[in-house]
Design a binder for this molecule. Structure first.
Ligand code: UD1
Ligand code: UDP
Length: 393
């Protein structure tokens, strides 16, 4: 069976890496990888770290690309790859433009599509935008829907997609466990990684704790990012916080962040990190402040409190388990919530419990078993977690 995995951005690559590895070691599968290059350096970092070789690289990224021009380039370049490879199945992940267009390009050529991380929903087409539309479209086209949790599976059944759903857990936990294990087993590597973050030692000497920040969502461009930066500027006035922000390369993010936050001693605006370095920083963080999907899943698994700068999330399980809170992008609310976690040890301890509602490290194995017809047990995630998390609920 020939499987063509298509992905193009940093988070897809991180979450597909365990699947690509599992496919490569499966006897009955010929695994072919096509990266679209929707991201460039942020994708290359992951390919390098997980040692993944792509047979096709479509190199579609352009600076400040629009959704339509990106989609057009993807359609144009994916068609010939599908024609040349004629795979038995295409695998896509998540909700990016790459995933949505790859699924449709395969569908146009009557090639079956399997969707990993199926069934995530906020119920709001504008948040996250355009991802909520992308993931809905892909699920309609997919014949295997690999839902990470019972809640995601329930969302799919509510859309009359029963019969093709398999609950696998999220492959991000596979990637995280592999990376944590690599760090844990190698003290020299730990020292090497830490030495690359001089602000860690400075913070320790000054008695400051780490606030790790990421942010990139399109619906937060403009007012949302202004609010986030105002909040960070206010928080940087405190003498017990060291802010570290690996800034996404999108100029819509990099521009305002640099303009509003440069030149503060305890604010470190750094380039996007490869996954190994980023996981190490998460391990050092006191609190994580983010609008990222993947970070919402990973940080609870590391026992780190997460404040999510969004009004709604398609990942309600960690909110339900009390390790994630939605705080939106209004500065006063972000500042108050971060301050509470820094000032109140009991509140921090309440959040900082390890929670793993998203996976057990065996998701990729389940996906490959399902594709090859090998028996396996589905991932059992907490029941009743299908409610959509709302910031103001
Ligand atoms: C994309 C996904 C989003 C995902 C995010 C992960 C869509 C619509 N959005 O958003 O779902 O959460 O990736 O990070 O698919 N850039 C670079 N170098 C890179 C990567 C990006 O310079 O390695 C810059 C380019 O100017 C590019 C811009 O960022 O045009 C935007 O990239 P794009 O992939 O369109 O959107 P993201 O905001 O990254
Ligand atoms: N990440 C990384 N380096 C960074 C910031 C994030 O490797 O500097 C990882 C993070 O651990 C997670 C993924 O990138 O696995 C999330 O990517 P992003 O936030 O860009 O996208 P989203 O998950 O929101 O789609």
């Amino acid at each position: 069976m020939k499987i063509l995995s298509i992905f193009g951005t940093r988070p897809e690559a991180i979450k597909m890496a365990p699947v690509v590895r599992a496919l490569a070691s499966a006897d009955d599968i010929e695994s072919v990888v096509c990266v679209t290059g929707q991201h460039k350096s942020m994708l290359d970092q992951v390919m390098h770290l997980f040692d993944i070789t792509a047979q096709h690289n479509l190199e579609v990224m352009q600076p400040e690309q629009t959704l339509n021009s990106l989609s057009a380039r993807l359609f144009e370049k994916l068609g010939p790859v599908l024609e040349a490879e004629r795979p038995d199945r295409v695998l896509v992940h998540g909700d990016t433009t790459t995933a949505a267009i790859a699924a449709m390009a395969a569908f146009h050529q009557r090639i079956p599509v399997a969707h990993i991380e199926a069934g995530l929903r906020t119920g709001n087409m504008q948040q996250p935008w355009p991802e909520e539309m992308n993931r809905r479209n892909i699920d309609v086209m997919g014949d295997y829907l690999f839902a990470p949790t019972a809640g995601a599976a329930e969302n799919l059944r509510n859309e009359n997609l029963a019969g093709r759903i398999i609950v696998t857990g999220n492959t991000v936990i596979d990637a995280l466990q592999l990376t944590v294990q690599r760090i844990r087993s190698d003290v020299a590597l730990q020292q090497l990684l830490d030495a690359e973050f001089p602000f860690l030692a400075d913070a320790r000497r000054a008695g400051r704790k780490l606030l790790l920040v990421t942010g990139h969502r399109r619906e937060n461009f403009g007012a949302g990012f202004a609010g986030i930066c105002q909040a960070l500027a206010q928080l940087s006035e405190r003498d017990d916080i060291e802010i570290v922000y690996p800034v996404h390369l999108n100029p819509q993010v990099l521009g305002p962040v640099k303009a509003m936050l440069s030149g503060r001693d305890n604010v470190h605006l750094i380039a996007p990190l490869d996954y190994l370095h980023f996981v190490r920083l998460m391990q050092h963080a006191h609190v994580v402040l983010t609008d990222s999907g993947g970070v919402q899943e990973e940080a609870p698994a590391l026992g780190k409190p997460v404040l999510v700068m969004r009004d709604v999330t398609e990942r309600p399980e960690a909110v339900a388990s009390g390790t994630v809170r939605l705080v939106g992008t209004v500065p006063a609310r972000i500042v108050a919530n971060v301050a509470e976690l820094f000032d109140n040890a009991a509140v921090h301890a309440g959040f900082a419990r390890k929670a793993n509602p998203y996976g057990d490290g065996r998701s990729a194995q389940r996906i490959v078993a399902a594709l090859t017809g090998v028996p396996f047990t589905e991932f059992s995630s907490p029941a009743g977690a299908s409610v959509v998390g709302h910031a103001r609920a």
